[in-house]
Ligand binder design. Structure first.
Ligand SMILES: [Zn+2]
Length: 631
């Protein structure tokens, strides 16, 4: 790596850690951040700590959480340095700019400071290990200002160990600081968390990682092609350490001068992005022959079909995001080409077809993973997808069907293929299933030129594996939709739909919704897939900005309120309410006169589930039981 073909190697000695040993050290270690300035992408943490240091109000315990490789223990050590740095002249106080040269800074950086104790809770989980800490807490630091205990993977501690620690955390001596690190913050008891200042370390953006890698490669005097750097940054998945390890490998495999895109691609098994765009464009334009040729080309070059489908999914997601939030197009981890091509795709494709593509790819990915010959399965996925791209989306279809008396009449400005769209309605679950038509379909011919073609969309395309799955009931109201989810054993989705989703429009095969925050929009694909499977027909579930109906939960609440008011106005009920102060109407069974009035908070009466014949008079005729009559 000592080749000096890069004359513009900037001065980056300060980036490398001070113990500049002569032997080769892995990059992740060599370029381990030594100061808060080196910490990448953790602005919130740095800002908060800076304020705390400035006001001399430094918390006595911190918990750092984040995915592995994001820099938790590195950050812990930098904090330890900041707490204990005495500056080059030995007179400095706690600082956000540890000098890196004083005894404290140096020995902490080299992991040999007697007062900075690191413990890995993954290997030392017991009460005795913690007791050791607690014992030593009592003694003043030997040479540092603070005794700093760094406990990595703190969630691994046993319950007893946590309890023992808790007492110390409640009243820590002045000279002690705790820094906990964990990948699983939810496993750390709240009693411990509540005594710590918490920092969530973020995954580092690919663009930030690229900047780091640029610096590192410049310092290492090796050139890396931009595309290669971007691939490494992506593969690092938010971790500088992982990224530097990949870079290390790439440099070792290179000729020592340049890390090429081809090398990294081969090393990581990633597919050329441009080719993924080519493939996606071909598929979405319905150019099946082109798509298959492209796929085969990638495969012959060693690309894994599973990775190709995953890449297509990622691209679909990216384009959909660009469409939903155009500023996403400015994300820095996209190359110029990708941004341009992505933007064009976002302009061309509608959200319904993108959602459909996502769903079909997701399903296809599952098939690929269990298919004996992955490449064949991948071809089938692409054929289905390209074929579906020919179809109008069901929302346009329904509009078309309701707008024109003759469904086969092509509508001006309508979807590409009115005729094929009309036939899409034809298959119903009760009819024999049509043969999968995909193999027979001409690759690019518009469907209306082949009036004898079998229906292009069969339940298979949409996941109907089994006829028993298909219901004869197509939901008509949104409530029907929710009921379907309940009946089909999807209580979680059902409850989300009920609570947090406004129905904007619902026609067979098309549902437009406006979700509240509580609804995870990543579930849309699932909703769509389930509906398709259960009804044996394609469904589009699209997001809308229209207000739509109140959520079902709101509707129920409103109805309940209305009935409660009505019930309270009933002469008998109002009499009861007067006779028993504190009585509340808890449940009403239709008709309103049969309102079951519960006295006080008593809910022991199990008559509530009975039918309308339930004897209301008996309920209110009962004197309140002694233990409830106090009101
Ligand atoms: Zn120092």
């Amino acid at each position: 790596m000592s080749d000096s073909t890069d004359p513009a190697a900037p001065d980056l000695e300060d980036l490398a850690d001070p113990s500049g040993a002569a032997e080769y050290r892995v990059l992740a270690r060599k370029y381990r951040p030594q100061s808060f300035e080196d910490l990448l992408g953790q602005d919130a943490l740095v800002r908060t700590l800076r304020n705390a240091f400035a006001q001399n109000r430094i918390h006595h315990a911190f918990v750092l959480t984040g995915v592995r490789g994001v820099g938790k223990t590195t950050t812990a050590r930098i904090i330890a340095k900041g707490l204990n740095c005495i500056g080059p002249d030995g007179t400095g106080g706690p600082t956000m700019q540890p000098c890196g040269v004083c005894d404290n800074c140096r020995s902490i950086a080299e992991d040999r400071h007697v007062d900075v104790l690191e413990m890995d809770a993954a290997s030392r989980t017991g009460i005795d290990d913690v007791r050791e800490i607690i014992e030593s807490v009592r003694y003043r630091p030997v040479s540092a200002r603070y005794k700093v205990f760094i406990v990595d993977e703190v969630h691994m501690l046993s319950k007893n160990a946590f309890n023992a620690l808790l007492k110390t955390l409640e009243e820590p001596p002045e000279h002690v600081k705790f820094i906990f690190a964990t990948t699983e913050i939810r496993k750390v008891p709240v009693t411990v968390l509540s005594r710590c200042q918490r920092f969530d370390l973020k995954r580092i953006d690919a663009s930030v990682l690229m900047t780091l890698f640029n610096k590192v490669t410049a310092a290492e005097k090796i050139a890396v092609e931009d595309e290669a750097l971007l691939m490494i940054a992506r593969a690092a998945d938010g971790s500088a350490r992982d990224g530097l390890s990949i870079l290390d490998q790439a440099m070792a495999l290179s000729d020592g001068k340049t890390v090429t895109t081809a090398l990294v691609r081969e090393m990581l098994g990633v597919v050329d992005r441009a080719r993924i765009y080519d493939l996606f464009e071909a598929v979405m334009a319905g150019r099946i022959a082109d798509a298959l040729a492209e796929l085969r080309g990638m495969y012959d070059n060693g690309a894994d079909p599973v990775v190709i489908i995953q890449d297509l999914m990622e691209l679909t997601h990216g384009v959909t995001r660009m469409k939903a939030a155009p500023q996403a197009a400015l994300a820095n981890d996209l190359s110029e080409t990708e941004r341009d091509r992505g933007r064009k795709l976002a302009e061309t494709l509608g959200v319904p077809s993108l959602t459909r593509a996502w769903q079909m790819l997701a399903k296809g990915l599952g098939e690929l993973q269990s298919a004996p010959i992955a490449i064949s399965a991948a071809e089938m996925v692409l054929i289905r997808l390209a074929h579906a791209a020919d179809l109008p989306d069901p929302a346009s279809l329904v509009r078309l069907l309701t707008d024109t008396a003759d469904p086969s009449a092509p509508a001006a400005g309508g979807p590409a293929s009115a005729a094929s769209g009309a036939r899409m309605q034809t298959p119903t679950p009760t009819e024999p299933k049509p043969e999968p038509e995909v193999a027979a379909a001409g690759p690019t011919a518009p469907a209306q030129d082949h009036p004898d073609e079998p229906p292009p969309a069969s339940p298979e395309d949409y996941g109907a594996v089994d006829d028993r799955d298909v219901t004869s009931q197509i939901p008509v109201t949104f409530e029907d939709v929710v009921t379907l989810f309940k009946e089909r054993g999807e209580p979680f989705l059902a409850s989300q739909l009920e609570k947090d989703v406004h129905c904007v429009s619902l026609t067979p095969g098309s549902l437009e919704i406006r979700p509240e925050r509580g609804f995870d929009i990543r579930n849309i694909g699932q909703v769509q897939q389930h509906l398709a499977r259960w009804t044996g027909r394609p469904w589009e579930v699209a997001l809308s900005e229209a207000a739509g109906d109140p959520t079902l939960r709101e509707q129920k609440q409103a109805a309940h309120n209305a009935r409660t008011e009505q019930a309270a106005a009933d002469p008998v009920v109002s009499k009861v309410l007067t006779l028993f102060p504190g009585a509340v109407i808890e449940e009403i069974t239709a008709p309103a006169i049969e309102a079951a009035v519960e006295v006080g908070t008593a809910a022991a009466d199990d008559d509530g589930d009975d039918g309308p014949d339930d004897d209301f008079a008996e309920d209110i005729g009962e004197p309140p039981r002694a233990d409830q009559a106090g009101g």
